[in-house]
Design a protein around this ligand. Sequence first.
Ligand SMILES: [Zn+2]
Length: 125
Amino acid sequence: MAHVEPAQLAELALRNAAPTDTDAEALRHIERCDRCRDDLRMLTRVVTAARAAHLVDLPAAPPERVWQRITRDLSQEPDPPRPPPALPDHAKRALLLAALALTASTGIAALRRSRQERSAVRERT
Ligand SMILES: [Zn+2]
């Protein structure tokens, strides 16, 4: 089996779904492959840190007075614009986890590309 795709490593780190046959095959590969094991370990650390984050750490909508001041400064319209509806806490957490997983999988892909380029250079020399 080729190395485990970053997206699947992210799914394994998140552990949101019941394991599939593909997951079992990936886990068998990970047991034997240092590179994939290191990648999964790093992603699991990112997910653990994200899940431990407190909601106060997440960006929040600005207070109402900010919208009122923007409205007063920019227009003469009597009704201030309404702020976007607040996301429920679970949606914020899911967005944060998805962003972290995407960032981590992008980083892993870049790391793999860098490793491949370095080994290609070594083979040429
Ligand atoms: Zn591997």
